[in-house]
Each structure stands twice: as C-alpha cells, then as structure tokens.
Design a protein around this ligand. Structure first.
Ligand code: SF4
Length: 447
C-alpha cells in the first residue's frame, strides 16, 4: 500500500462542514487515497476550514504550523470557507501546499492527484463563488452514522450585515426532494436511525425541479416522512419567521424530534434591523410561544450575537429582558467578530471587545441556569433515547427532545444497544463538573 497517499481530513465549524468532510472522504477514497486510520499515520492533511469568526481562520493557521513542525514532509491542503474568504491567510503561508477554495472543493481529489504527479500548475484554486451552481448529493456517512447529518441546501441569499457565509458558500441552492428521499433510504439501510437535515439556511430550501411547482422545506419533510421509515428526523437551525404553522403541524408526527435550533441573533428590533435580519422582537416572541403551544416540552436552543456594532447597553438589556420572559432551553452566545467584506465591519460605531465579552458572560450565565432548571423538570419523565456509537456531551445516548442522557446502571449492556432506541426513565441530573458547561440527565432503562 502506498503510504504517501494516506490522508486525514481535519473538520472545523458547523454541521454543513461535517457533512462536506464525509463527502470529501468518500471522493478521496474513490480517487485511491486511503484514510489515515488504516495505517502508518497520514502524509496528507486536508483542512476543511471555517470562516465564521476571525478566530476560526487563526485556528487553521495554527494547526498548519503544528503539522509541518511535526512532519515537514507532509502535504497540507487547505479547503473550506476560510480558503474562500480568507485566502490571503494561506496564500503566502509556507506550510499550505495547496489552497482549494469552496469554488473548487469538488475537484480536490483530482487536483491532489495531479499535484503528486507533478502535472499541476499553481497552488491556489479559487473563483467567484456566486457562479457555483452545483451541489453534490451523496454525503452523510461518517464514522458514527447512527446519527447522520444530511445536507439538503447550501449557500445563502440573505447577506446579513455581520455574516461572511454567502461570500464563502455562494447563493442558496438545494438538493431535489427525490434525490434526498433516495439518499435517506440508502442511509436507512446503512443503519442511520436519526437524520439531521442541515444546510447553511434550510429555511431557504427550494426544489424547483418539478414543473410548475416549487417545493419548500415542509414539502421535503412530508415526502421524507411518507416515503422512508427512519425513526427520527431533526432539523438544524431555523429563523423565527420560518417556524410556520404548516411546519408545526408536521411536528405532531413523533418521528419529528421535538427540538428547535433557532437562529435569532438578537431580541431587540433595532439591532435586528441593523443586522438586516428579516424579523422583529415580536416575531421572536411569537415563534417561541407558538412552539411551546404546538410542541410542548420541545428543546429550544438559540444562537445570539452580543456586542454587534451599534448595539447600545439599553438595546442589550432589552434583549436580556425579552429572553428572560420567553420559553427556551439553552443559548449559544457569540461575541461579535468582524469579518472581511461584511457591511457591519465597516460600521463606524463598535463595541469594545471587553464589553462584548461582558455581555456574552451575562447571557451564558442566564443560559446555564435556565438549562439546569429545565433539565430538573425532566426528572421522572419517560424518554426514547438513541444509544450512540460515541458519547455526546458526556451522555451515551440522546433523547428525541435533545437531552444527552447517561445510563450508568446499564453501561455493561450499552455495546449491545448501540444504534438502537431504548426507553428510559429519567432519575436525575448530573452537573458537567466543568465551569460554563451544561449538565446532562441520568436515567434507568425501563425493563
Ligand atoms: S441567513 Fe444571514 S447569518 Fe445565516 S448564513 Fe445567511 S447571511 Fe449568514
């Protein structure tokens, strides 16, 4: 076996990148490259980078330096969102042998083969991402495929003023419903028990391949529920106005996991307008109250940005007060990060970094207390949990309503149950034991 072709993909960032990594592994394998787990350690490192914050790009640069320090003769390929929008950070970086932006990601195996055959001109491959039309299906199988991320859509047309993603991934494009139904059936045969439908902006999902009809996210879900037997579907993030009554109707089907990840970013109407978000504080309130009414007990996580340029103390306190009054389970809090080429990065007003950090601490503290409070209300309840191949958030299993669940008494049996859904009774709450980290539920198996 030719060790020179051993590779490893280092995946950064979001679920969409995790999916892309699965596709990269599949295509590299098809081109004759071997995944490093097989033998001898990788000679090729492919970095599937993230660009959502400045720190994400720096993390990739640090890894390149570490890899080259450890093995100066290894080959490093930089791809992903940072390769598209922060190309300059890698173009002149000695350790980056090849830079393949998202515009050329699908050609990476072929470019790498030509690199080793010394028939490749140049080392940076990038073009206008907004010309990208294709969206490769066929991914979604990773090592722990009991739960599988399936990309249904990529790119975005919204251009929120703080966001670099449209510049990294191009305009919104969706995989047709029928291709996704076929793909889900394949994943089901391969043992997937939960499919997480993901994308950059899944609320933008639109299949216009059927004559005279544009199919939306709700149509896709109806087809998947009707034409496959996968026991659990989970959606990745949605905006408040994308939580429609039709979508909430679909959540009456128990195969739709009662879990919402809401991308709200702020709960103050002026700040939302400066972010160029398409909703107001009223919409945030309505969506959370509708979820609680139509899907009682659902787990609701929310993304919030603090310290956005122009966000005053009053506007921040308005967001805090609004969130305190609403039903949700956990917050993911991000201090604002300037991104190249975004409109907000050019705003004159800005919030000092220490003040961004202080505001983030306020909301993270609120989230920790809310999460623990909600967790304790689960004690005594019965749940269906999927026993995972790899523990997630400290729990060997994951409930439909997105609680990580430890089953200490049954540890000896867990290997037997991996990939299966079992019924448990929640008996307690376990603190994470690490500052700033959410705890998990403890349960016993129902005989
Ligand atoms: S909706 Fe806004 S925040 Fe989300 S990916 Fe699109 S531009 Fe970025």
């Amino acid at each position: 076996m030719d060790h020179a072709l051993n590779y490893r993909v280092h995946s950064f960032g979001c679920k969409v990148n995790t999916y892309d990594t699965g596709l990269l592994q599949k295509n590299l394998g098809a081109a004759g490259f071997q995944s490093s787990a097989e033998d001898g350690g990788p000679r090729i490192h492919v970095l599937n980078t993230c660009a959502v914050t400045a720190e994400a790009t720096k993390e990739a640069v640090r890894l390149i330096r570490r890899l080259k320090a450890r093995d100066p003769f290894c080959t490093v390929v930089v791809t992903g969102c940072a390769a598209q929008v922060d190309t300059g950070s890698f173009e002149n970086l000695p350790g980056a042998d090849l830079v393949v932006a998202n515009s050329h990601k699908g050609q990476l195996p072929e470019l790498l083969s030509r690199y080793f055959k010394k028939t490749l001109d140049g080392r940076v491959f990038k073009s206008n991402i907004f010309r990208k039309e294709d969206l490769e299906a066929g991914g979604g199988v990773e090592k722990h495929h009991t739960r599988t991320f399936l990309k249904i859509q990529d790119g975005c047309n919204s251009f929120c003023t703080y966001c670099v993603i449209p510049f990294a991934r191009g305009k919104s494009r969706s995989i047709p419903v029928m291709d996704l139904v076929a793909r889900v059936r394949e994943l089901e045969v391969q043992g997937a028990r939960e499919i997480v439908l993901t994308g950059v902006h899944i609320g933008d999902y639109e299949d216009d391949t059927q004559p005279g009809r544009k199919l939306a996210l709700e149509d896709l879900l109806e087809h998947l529920l009707a034409k496959t037997a996968v026991p659990r579907f989970r959606l990745s993030s949605l905006e408040p106005v994308e939580v429609t009554e039709r979508l909430l109707d679909l959540y009456q089907n128990p195969r739709m996991c009662p879990h919402f990840h809401m991308s709200i970013q702020s709960a103050n109407t002026e700040v939302l307008a400066k972010m160029k978000r398409k909703y107001t504080q009223e919409d945030v309130k309505n969506s959370l109250l509708r979820i609680r009414e139509r899907v009682p007990g659902a787990f609701v996580g929310m993304d919030v940005i603090v310290g956005f340029p122009t966000e005053s103390e009053e506007q921040f306190l308005d967001t805090v007060a609004c969130l305190r009054s609403l039903p949700w389970t956990r917050l993911h809090v991000f201090p604002y990060s300037e991104r190249p080429g975004t409109r907000a990065a050019a705003y004159e007003e800005s919030v000092y970094p220490h003040e961004r950090a202080r505001r983030a601490a306020v909301l993270r503290d609120m989230s920790l207390r809310r999460h623990e409070g909600e967790a304790r209300t689960q004690i005594g309840s019965l749940k269906k949990v999927l026993v995972l191949n790899q523990a997630s958030k400290g729990g060997e299993s994951l409930s439909r309503d997105y609680w990580p669940v430890a089953i200490p008494e049954a540890e000896a049996f867990l290997d037997h149950w991996r990939g299966q859904e079992i019924e448990v009774r929640v008996t307690g709450y376990r603190d994470a034991g690490k500052k700033g980290q959410d705890g998990l539920l403890v349960a016993e198996v129902l005989a």
